[in-house]
Write a protein that binds this ligand. Structure first.
Ligand SMILES: Nc1ncnc2c1ncn2[C@@H]1O[C@H](COP(=O)(O)OP(=O)(O)O)[C@@H](O)[C@H]1O
Ligand SMILES: [Mg+2]
Length: 255
């Protein structure tokens, strides 16, 4: 469904992503793992058009998307969440989700958010869609509160709700469990599984090995910008280079 081939991106002298290739299968969960600085977020930025690769190709359903702008890529059905949350903290929880839904709406975003006259029908459908998502994520009772008031774990979930509001086919999640307690992580894993059952395809950047190994059906391990190993979780777990990369990283406590 999504294929990256020989993707390369440098920042000054640093090669952040170096000839990275992998394929995300439709209806699957692919985990992109690796120590801090391995290049995982940069790969997400390249796929979503935040930056463009120096070399290589990104194919979505066979279409080359390398040179498209973020909004064009979102319109094709690729959505993401951010490692550092990017919510509108002064807007309500429901409004944050409506921002995600905005591109499908015929009325302007500001008019629909601020409920100007003449937009009521669109307003209501956007609001209803937002509420549906908030119910799924257990956030409905926060709907009218400023997003900035939510506990951190719920803010992470809200980012996922907002990404889902764009009605993506593929969802890229950058460390969705970071900062969650073990209970919240497990609930998140269950929810991500239900998304896949609903037909979504997921690519997940995640540090928590338990989450990765229980969820992913394919794992790509990056280190220093390159792909160190890839395969099913059990395979990758046995890979000695992978073990070394992680043990080295743990000693430095970089994760
Ligand atoms: N916009 C940027 N400008 C300069 N260097 C960057 C930029 N984005 C990422 N990097 C560098 O690229 C490397 C990979 O970063 P990143 O993709 O964020 O890694 P990860 O998400 O795996 O922790 C790091 O060394 C980082 O400092
Ligand atoms: Mg990152």
């Amino acid at each position: 469904m999504l294929e990256v081939k020989e993707l390369t991106k440098s920042f000054g002298g640093l090669i952040a992503v170096n000839r990275v290739s992998f394929k995300a299968r439709e209806g699957g969960i692919l985990a992109l793992i690796g120590p801090n600085g391995a290049g995982k977020t940069t790969v997400f930025n390249l796929i979503t058009g935040v930056s463009h690769p120096d070399e290589g190709t990104i194919l979505f359903r066979g279409q080359r998307i390398n040179r498209l702008q973020p909004f064009q890529i979102a319109a094709l059905g690729i959505s993401r969440t951010f490692q550092n949350l990017e919510l509108f903290t002064n807007l309500t929880v429901a409004e944050n989700v409506m921002v995600g839904a905005f591109r499908k709406s015929r009325v302007g975003f500001l008019r629909s958010v601020f409920r100007r006259p003449g937009t009521t029908k669109e307003d209501h459908s956007l609001y209803r869609e937002a509420m549906n998502l908030l119910v799924q994520l257990g956030l409905a009772h926060y709907a009218d509160q400023p997003a900035g008031n939510l506990p951190f774990g719920q803010q992470r979930l809200l980012e996922i709700a907002r990404a889902l509001a764009t009605q993506p086919q593929i969802l890229l999640l950058d460390e969705p469990a970071a900062g969650l307690n073990p209970n919240e992580s497990r609930e998140l894993a269950v929810f991500l599984r239900t998304l896949v059952n609903q037909g979504y395809t997921l690519i997940l950047v995640e540090h928590d090995m338990e989450t990765v190994m229980s969820l992913a059906d394919e794992v790509v391990v990056m280190n220093f910008g390159t792909v160190l190993a890839s395969g099913v979780p059990a395979e990758v777990q046995q890979n000695t280079e992978v073990i070394a990369a992680y043990l080295g990283d743990e000693e430095e406590e970089a994760c």
